[in-house]
Design a protein around this ligand. Structure first.
Ligand SMILES: [Zn+2]
Length: 333
């Protein structure tokens, strides 16, 4: 994609989930993160020497399973964003990449900031500029840098003039890599759930516990109940975030309310997917995940602590590499 139109982060978020028929696109994710030693918050340095997670906090420990912390909108304020996130109980963040061009920024960011974990992948909105050689570079990254997932990958049939064949090529090639490395995938499924499910059935067989393959997360889920059930049957979790905070997002709210709690993980997709409680034009941030969890708790009539416990456990179950790295610092009830 040569030029992706900028929209206000909030607009992108509503578009993403509620699929308002306006040809606007999410903001670009090109890297510009250059963190100097001076940017590292003293708290980060302190946290390096001890576990970032304390068992006593476990009831309100949240994992943001999808946050573009390297996005241009955040400039070089990652340390401050993470301090605010931790203060709100968001201690662990999965940072997906979107193109070969930001693999390195994502890697460095996650090395510099405890609690951040990388995923590498080529996003469907970036396949126009991708080449088969990028898949080899991705393979090298997967081998050398131990990501917790492959992502963000998938299909997007909402953008204008999309090339479905090209998107499917990069998607399926990355599913092959997921199988090769037995890594879970972070899926972008905008207007493409059925085609994605068709490919997943091929790769993940009959699904459920019969597969030994790592599965993944259908991020920013906005499909139907039938599609949700099929993702779950295949062993996938569904990512819910700011979109569920909009009263008019009735379908997403109904799913967030009624799907089995063990199928749900939380995410912000920051800086996109602005929740309803944030002023229009302001970027979404990982610290808002606690309010998203509170909203979900209200919808389901359970305590926020119950939502935190369940979604953290779900995230660790679907992201085994993340679980491995947090243990023994983390002890789930
Ligand atoms: Zn994303």
């Amino acid at each position: 994609m040569k030029a992706i139109l900028m929209t206000a982060a909030g607009e992108a978020s509503v578009l993403h989930c509620c699929e308002v028929a306006k040809p606007e696109l999410p903001s670009p994710r090109h890297p510009r993160v250059k963190l100097a030693a001076a940017d590292i918050n003293p708290l980060d340095a302190k946290l390096r020497s001890k576990p970032v997670y304390h068992p006593d906090d476990r009831l309100m420990n949240l994992i943001d399973t999808h946050c573009h912390l390297d996005a241009a909108e955040f400039g070089e304020h990652q340390a401050q964003l993470l301090t605010a996130a931790r203060a709100a109980g968001v201690n662990h963040i999965v940072v997906p990449s979107v193109t070969r061009a930001n693999f390195d920024a994502v890697r460095r960011l996650c090395e510099q900031h405890p609690g951040c974990f990388p995923a590498y992948g080529i996003h469907p909105m970036f396949v126009d500029d991708a080449t088969p050689q990028d898949l080899e570079i991705l393979r090298d990254y997967l081998r050398a840098h131990q990501p917790v997932a492959i992502g963000e990958i998938g299909l997007d049939f909402f953008i204008e003039h999309y090339d479905q064949a090209r998107q499917e090529y990069f998607f399926t090639e990355q599913l092959k890599l997921a199988r090769e490395f037995n890594l879970p995938v972070l899926l972008h499924t905008r207007r493409s759930q059925d085609v994605i499910l068709k490919h997943l059935r091929k790769f993940y067989g009959s699904g459920g516990t019969s597969t030994r393959l790592s599965t993944g997360i259908a991020h920013a889920f906005s499909g139907s109940k039938t599609q949700a059930d099929e993702f779950i049957r295949l062993g996938f979790k569904l990512g819910f975030g700011g979109a569920a905070s909009y009263p008019r997002a009735t379908r997403i709210r109904e799913l967030a309310k009624t799907l089995p709690l063990d199928s749900i993980v939380l995410e912000t997709d920051a800086p996109d997917m602005r929740p309803e409680f944030i002023e229009r034009g302001q970027p979404n941030k990982p610290e808002y995940l606690m309010r998203i969890a509170q909203g979900l708790a209200e919808l389901r009539g359970v305590s926020p602590a119950e939502i935190a416990r369940a979604t953290t456990e779900n995230a660790l179950n679907v992201l085994p590499e993340l679980k491995k790295r947090l243990i023994p610092a983390i002890i789930l009830p």
